[in-house]
Design a protein around this ligand. Structure first.
Ligand SMILES: Cc1ncc(COP(=O)(O)O)c(C=O)c1O
Length: 1018
């Protein structure tokens, strides 16, 4: 056991002394370093710099049987379960497993030697994913199976870490500081002393390790996926029920986990897959996990009394307390359901009997509303329903009324689905934390019937009133009743009727019998039903969770598997088929192969586990289960996904007219005026197109028309679009996979990268020096008897790695280009319209005015709009007789949307917000850079941010794999960011501008956690 000793510090002995003993008895010449040990001395044995063995020197007076049992058990496991990696016992010269040797004080000590196992401690492994826990569970089961026929007299000894002896904790509870904490332990131990101990001792016993804690498991994470590499320290072995092994391991498996019950379920499933657990064993696991943690924190309290000044004790008990404080009152039925489901069993032991009986009586239950419900309209309240809620963070009850009324049409009754993920549950009581992007409960685990307030509700079958209540909080059940029923075989189950009229509390009382078809309540109106559109929430339960009528009606999608087992689809009780009430949720596994079949391979998906997204709102996105994702990546929804003003403007215009630029419409000129008024005076003529690519194509045509030349200078790693000519000017594409190099009219200059490029940010002349490459490119063009048409680049290179060119670069570069007769094109597709915070446009930061500005993506907030804005002179050169027309470019709809985007940016002060939040983020990221050497550079302006990861801050070797790891891990934390740069080693953070400081600190907090994980350590 790792918990510190209450008996005081162990006696120290010199490494040299024991090295001599090792040589004398085992013939091994080695150096020793001390390891942690509670009562005994342990030494790591190093031979030629490699750790080969562990030398164990027992405390004086240690009984030899305690070593003998360990040696024999290790040999037994090695012989009977060779796939379970445990240390090998090395025999001494005399052939024995252990020898006796004197220590420096002349005391006899037993000494033995075992082989060293590879890997780092589980306690130091991060993350500890479900795959690892599953493997641990399976390995423990193999070990326990191997130990089934192992016997030794020492296994019968009495130790305080025997789970059956946990009652000793009661005498020490007073040492625990804090009333809340004492109560937790008190409650757990009372339950243990209740029926738990008796049930545990009724189980057969077998030899178990009995101390699978986080310091006794070794993990190898060198190949990416962490794998268990060994189990050590068999010093607490006893004969005990095998479930204790799993419960002890479980007590450590849950610590520090974001989803502790899922972690426990993975461990248990692994165990069950090798050594199937009985229903009783499964039921005992979680209560025993709690018991073990109660023992552990009580032991810490004892040690604290002994060593009041040892901060380590408080630190080491913290994970156990934090688990107990947040999880010790989780409903045990739900935890058990999760464990059972993970082992492929029905979530509740009575499930098959109850559901079988109900299904066989479908069609014979009394109609709840005195009528047949088959064929009534179904109301879609899923994530993909745009009707309700309009704001997924703040339900307007009128939205729901409207959605229901619209779906019901002429019908006076409608069905709401079971298992449907919905965004209508917007109150704080549905969220895990106050943060808007927090995990929340979305999955409806009941069936709804929408019908007028005042309608009579009848019991579908005989029952007894279990609970009746008026729950008056907003969005709660209002009037609610629970009936208890039993199958003819005596299997109990329950039905809940929520959102009833308040008078249900006078109609029914607990213990009252009701018969099938009897009116038990009336449907409540909004004033008495929690504030909802009138309906009944009808929920079938295999348990009441011991909570009367306080059942959860909605579940977190990540936890819904367990909840749906306890509260299954009650369609049969409404005489409906299950499919009539079951949710229809888009499955990523279905869409993915369809997509692969219909699209080419080079249409890429983000993330190893691709996301299906059905809804967006401001800086958040939602998947089909209603899980919220913080969008730190998408710059196209500049003012926010589905911004209500943009949605409204588009909807309004769609109802009026959407035609092309060949007709007059005030929206076109208004938009053009609004755009040009935000640009330098010289840039006064607009062309509207549909994409950044099309805009860059057009910009090149303008440049060529104006200069009569074709020579074009581009910046390395630049990207300007997917059309033929856009690719021709995009080194990111033509020099990338599948590219065919630069065409002969294109000259590439180095990317002006102050971190990785030839001239660093610290060089005050870096801007000019990079610009000299532009001058040289001009000369190369001229040397080929060509003239310069244009210099085009992303003002702040984005795919190049979120870069900010050094000051002076554009002034010098533009001078060189213009001196050669060329024009300067600024691609502001990524950076324009306030993103960089300090200025509206990137070029303003360097005090230059381009001849042509190209805009795209964000200006339409998702609507396809591209724009080219230039000088009257260049526009005149282009107007050479050939008509310019882009069918959708400058459509009425596009202009209305574009105009509204400009207004929203100004009216919501989004540029200032980008500066404020961006500065906050950059500061936070620089703080992380101080702690993590892998962060080579943090750069950016406003909400245009890059974090460059390197394996070595001197050689700048790109840490591309780590970047990909971080992005995928953050996706698991439900935060979207991307990677970019020529080596894909730059974290790209580029959210919608409505991103807040709270979002930023959430991102920083999660990023910090991921950076502490194994794959980010160098
Ligand atoms: C800087 C830059 N220019 C142009 C484009 C092309 O825009 P679109 O994809 O709208 O054609 C992109 C797209 O990523 C871009 O980043």
């Amino acid at each position: 056991m790792q918990e510190a000793s209450p008996t005081g510090p162990v006696q120290l002995a010199s490494e040299a002394w024991w090295a001599n003993v090792l040589l004398e008895h085992f013939g091994i010449a080695a150096s020793l370093t001390p390891l942690d040990g509670e009562y005994d001395l342990n030494f790591a044995v190093h031979q030629e710099g490699t750790r080969t063995h562990v030398l164990k020197v027992m405390r004086p007076g240690c009984e030899s049987s305690l070593i003998e049992v360990q040696c024999k058990a290790l040999n037994h496991v090695a012989a009977h379960a060779p796939e379970v990696v445990v240390p090998r016992v090395v025999k001494a010269h005399d052939g024995s497993h252990f020898v006796s040797a004197r220590d420096q004080d002349g005391e006899e000590r037993l000494v033995w030697l075992i082989t060293n196992l590879p890997g780092r401690l589980y306690a130091e492994t991060s993350p500890q994913p479900p795959s690892l826990l599953r493997e641990i569970g399976a390995t423990l089961a193999k070990m326990d199976r191997a130990l089934e026929d192992f016997a030794h007299p020492a296994l019968g000894r009495s130790i305080k870490w025997d789970l059956r002896r946990s009652g000793w904790v009661r005498d020490a509870i007073d040492l625990i500081e804090g009333d809340g904490r004492r109560e937790i332990v008190e409650r757990i131990i009372s339950e243990f002393e209740g029926d738990l101990l008796g049930r545990l001792t009724a189980l057969p016993t077998t030899a178990i390790h009995n101390d699978i804690n986080d310091y006794n498991m070794l993990v190898d994470a060198s190949t990416g996926e962490p794998r268990l590499s060994g189990i050590i320290d068999f010093g607490d072995m006893i004969d005990s029920p095998a479930v204790a092994e799993l419960a002890i391991a479980g007590a450590y498996a849950v610590l520090g986990q974001e989803r502790p019950i899922a972690a426990l379920a993975a461990l248990v499933a692994g165990y069950d897959s090798v050594r199937p657990l009985s229903d009783e064993e499964l039921a005992l696991i979680y209560p025993l996990v709690l018991t073990r943690l109660a023992v552990s924190v009580t032991n810490s309290a004892i040690v604290k009394r002994e060593k009041p000044d040892d901060p380590y004790v408080t630190v080491s008990e913290q994970p156990a307390w934090s688990f107990l404080e947040t999880n010790s009152s989780l409903p045990p039925d739900w935890v058990l359901a999760c464990l059972r489901v993970s082992c492929g069993r029905p979530g509740h032991p009575r499930a098959d009997a109850v559901m079988g009986w109900i299904a066989s009586h479908r069609g014979r239950f009394a109609p709840m509303f005195g009528r047949d419900l088959n064929g009534i309209p179904v109301i879609d309240l899923s994530v993909a329903s745009p009707a309700s809620p309009r704001n997924p963070f703040d339900l307007d009850p009128d939205d729901l009324d409207d959605a229901v009324a619209e779906a019901m049409g002429d019908s006076d009754i409608g069905l709401g689905r079971y298992g449907e993920p919905r965004l209508i549950y917007t109150g704080p009581e549905f969220r895990k934390t106050p943060y808007a992007g927090s995990h929340r409960r979305t999955v409806h685990i009941a069936v709804d019937v929408f019908i007028d307030a005042g309608t009579e509700v009848r019991a579908p079958l005989d029952g007894v009133v279990h609970a009746v209540e008026l729950r008056t909080s907003p969005l709660d059940y209002g009037g609610v009743a629970v009936l208890e029923h039993a199958t003819p075989g005596g299997d109990r189950f329950y039905t809940l009727y929520g959102h009833l009229a308040a008078d249900v509390v006078t109609r029914l009382s607990p213990g009252q019998t009701v018969v099938a078809g009897e009116v038990i309540a009336l449907i409540g109106d909004r004033a008495e039903n929690g504030g909802w559109t009138p309906h009944i929430h009808f929920q079938l339960g295999l348990t009441t969770l011991g909570r009367g009528a306080d059942w959860p009606g909605v579940a977190d999608p990540d936890e819904s598997a367990g909840w749906m087992e306890l509260f299954p689809n009650g369609a049969a009780l409404l005489n409906l088929a299950n499919k009539d009430t079951a949710a229809v949720t888009v499955a990523t596994e279905t869409v993915l192969p369809q997509r692969k079949k219909r699209f080419a391979d080079n249409l890429k998906l983000s993330y190893r586990a691709p996301l299906t997204l059905l809804r967006g709102y401001r800086q958040f996105l939602f998947d089909q289960y209603g899980r919220t994702y913080l969008d730190g990546y998408n710059n196209v929804p500049h003012v926010g996904h589905c911004h209500p003003r943009i949605v409204a403007a588009a909807a309004r215009q769609n109802r009026l007219l959407n035609t092309n630029s060949r007709y007059l419409h005030p929206a076109q000129v208004e938009y053009a005026e609004a755009l040009t008024s935000r640009l330098p005076d010289e840039l006064s003529v607009c062309f509207f197109v549909n994409s950044g690519s099309e805009a860059n194509e057009l910009a090149l045509r303008l440049a060529r028309a104006h200069t009569g030349a074709v020579g074009t200078i581009v910046m390395d790693a630049g990207y300007h679009g997917n059309t033929n000519t856009a690719i021709d000017i995009s080194p990111y594409k033509f020099n990338g996979p599948g590219g065919r190099g630069a065409p002969d009219w294109v000259e590439v200059v180095p990317v002006a990268d102050p971190y990785r490029g030839p001239y660093k940010g610290s060089d005050p002349e870096a801007g000019r020096k990079y610009a000299d490459h532009v001058r040289a490119a001009v000369e190369r063009i001229q040397a080929r008897d060509r003239r310069v048409a244009a210099f085009i680049c992303e003002i702040f290179p984005s795919v190049g790695g979120q870069l900010i060119p050094p000051p002076g670069y554009y002034r010098h570069a533009y001078e060189a280009v213009r001196a050669a007769g060329g024009v300067c094109i600024a691609d502001e597709v990524q950076t324009g319209l306030g993103r960089i915070g300090t200025h509206r446009w990137g070029f303003e930061t360097q005090g230059v005015v381009p001849d042509i500005v190209v805009l795209g993506k964000p200006i339409g907030n998702g609507h396809p709009i591209g724009a080219v804005i230039t000088t009257p002179a260049i526009a005149a050169s282009f107007a050479n007789g050939m008509e310019f027309f882009s069918t959708f470019g400058g459509s009425t709809l596009a202009c209305v949307i574009g105009r509204e985007v400009l207004r929203v940016v100004d009216e919501e002060n989004l540029q200032a917000q980008a500066l404020d939040v961006g500065t906050f983020m950059l500061d936070g990221l620089r703080g992380l850079q101080d702690d993590h050497v892998i962060i080579g550079d943090v750069r950016g302006s406003g909400l245009f941010i890059g974090v460059e990861l390197v394996e070595d801050r001197d050689t700048l070797k790109p840490a591309q794999k780590t970047a990909s790891y971080i992005v995928n891990r953050l996706r698991e934390h439900r935060i979207l960011i991307g990677t970019d740069g020529p080596f894909d080693n730059v974290l790209k953070i580029r959210p919608p501008l409505c991103f807040t400081r709270e979002d930023g600190s959430h991102l920083l907090h999660r990023l910090a956690a991921v950076l502490r994980e194994e794959p980010c350590r160098i």
